[in-house]
Write a protein that binds this ligand. Structure first.
Ligand SMILES: Cc1cc2nc3c(=O)[nH]c(=O)nc-3n(C[C@H](O)[C@H](O)[C@H](O)COP(=O)(O)OP(=O)(O)OC[C@H]3O[C@@H](n4cnc5c(N)ncnc54)[C@H](O)[C@@H]3O)c2cc1C
Length: 399
């Protein structure tokens, strides 16, 4: 969907080109053309002094009775026999949202051989756990997982639906939102309820330069995803005395054009950075790929993993699986060391949840010093080897 250009009114002046923040507009001989890059932000509509550009009519859904939608739902991700940690994080925030709205928190889980899984979900405050256990759900496929979730939403009408910004969530939640013709705010960093009772979905926008608070006033459910480790998981002292509902779904929900033949867990140097308690990340300041060896040595001394900035990845110093940040992984370890990283906002959004941040940079003005707890202004090629020697010495090892 794109804004509409009225060819009669457009004079091909090109003002809308400058107004478009994503470069989606070009001007041909006669009038402006808008490409699929358009994010429907509406800046071109405001910029056009001839009134030639208008937003498409997406309807307001005002004809639908939104009061029929009740409750906060969390899609619980079940992979390889365990609940993904993001689901506990979402249940924790979902509990707070449900309290504010005076409604119930519910969990919905799909998979196969899910016996007893609900106990853990009651510990996080779910009053109702919808369990769909079916052999076709043993492996994740967008179509079946999407069909099942859409069917459940249509049947039980939750007001809010939260899901993890994981590869699974990213893969099928947009499909769910599209099938339900509602909005989706991906990769939120904060969720709250505003004075009108709407879900306030906050996330970085325009390349991380602003934090946008997004509302979905006319459609239901209001759907948001949050990446793992952005929020904290807090179980209740006493589990909720909840109920399990096992809905009977039509066979058509379980039909897919995709057959999963095999699942392989992706390996790579950054495979464990999201789980590690210590992450030592290197930036473009490392200069050469071989120099990452000293970060690996430091990380292994601290029982940690090695991450990287996008600058380092783009320069070929590190593997894309190691990238931390807006377009990489989100990490929140106990200790995060940023070595030779300037601290661009797109990097910071991926590590600002870390408990202790230590920055090593030779430029005292580097923005990373605004977000770190401890800053070391030094040449990393002097500091890191000296730090390694100190750790080894204190442990009584040969140096
Ligand atoms: C849409 C978008 C998404 C993005 N997503 C991400 C993302 O997910 N992750 C990410 O990291 N970036 C991301 N970026 C890129 C981001 O804006 C920065 O360009 C990138 O983080 C810079 O990487 P860097 O800090 O390693 O490099 P630089 O900015 O070049 O910084 C290198 C730092 O090393 C220091 N240094 C150099 N030599 C030494 C030395 N010998 N000793 C000590 N310090 C030294 C310098 O002082 C400098 O501060 C994104 C950008 C955009 C537009």
């Amino acid at each position: 969907m794109k804004p509409l250009v009225d060819k009669e009114l457009c004079v091909a002046c090109g003002e809308c080109i400058d107004a478009c923040p994503v470069g989606a507009i070009s001007v041909g001989d006669e009038c402006a053309e808008i490409s699929d890059e358009c994010t429907l932000c509406g800046m071109c509509v405001d910029a056009c002094q001839y009134g030639a550009i208008s937003m498409p009519d997406v309807g307001t859904g005002a004809d639908e009775d939104l009061s029929r939608y009740k409750g906060v739902w969390v899609f619980v991700e079940w992979r390889h026999g365990t609940v993904h940690r993001v689901s506990y994080e979402l249940l924790t925030v979902g509990r707070k949202l449900a309290e504010k709205k005076g409604t119930d928190l519910c969990a919905v889980i799909q998979g196969h051989k899910l016996d007893g899984v609900e106990k853990d979900l009651f510990r996080y405050g779910a009053k109702t756990v919808y369990v769909v256990d079916h052999p076709s759900l043993a492996h994740f496929t967008d179509e079946i997982y999407g069909n099942v979730l859409v069917e459940l939403v249509r049947r039980y009408r939750p007001e809010i639906l939260l899901a993890g910004g994981t590869s699974t969530g990213r893969s099928f939640i947009p499909r769910v939102a599209a099938m339900l013709q509602t909005g989706l705010t991906a990769d939120c960093t904060e969720l709250d309820i505003n004075d009108e009772g709407l879900l306030l979905q906050t996330r970085p926008a325009f390349g991380g330069n602003i934090m946008a608070s997004i509302l979905c006033p006319y459609r239901r459910p209001q759907i948001a995803t949050v990446r793992p480790k952005v929020l904290r998981a807090e179980p209740l002292d006493m589990p909720v005395d909840g109920q399990v509902v096992r809905p009977d779904l039509p066979g058509a929900c379980f039909v897919s054009r995709v057959e999963v033949l095999e699942e392989q867990v992706l390996e790579g140097p950054g495979a464990n950075i999201a789980e590690a308690d210590v992450v030592v990340s290197g930036g473009r300041g490392l200069q050469r790929k071989e120099n990452f060896a000293m970060l690996e040595e430091l990380a292994s001394l601290l029982n940690g993993a090695v991450g990287a900035s996008r600058g380092a990845v783009e320069a070929g110093l590190a593997d894309p699986s190691q990238q931390v940040g807006q377009t990489g992984r989100t990490v929140a370890p106990v200790l995060y060391m940023a070595v030779g990283i300037s601290g661009a906002v797109q990097h910071v959004v991926g590590m600002q949840g870390s408990k202790v941040i230590v920055a090593v940079n030779r430029d005292p003005e580097a923005p990373i010093f605004d977000v770190c707890h401890f800053g070391v202004v030094a040449d990393l090629f002097e500091f890191v080897p000296a730090f390694i020697r100190k750790i080894r010495k204190e442990r009584g090892e040969e140096v």
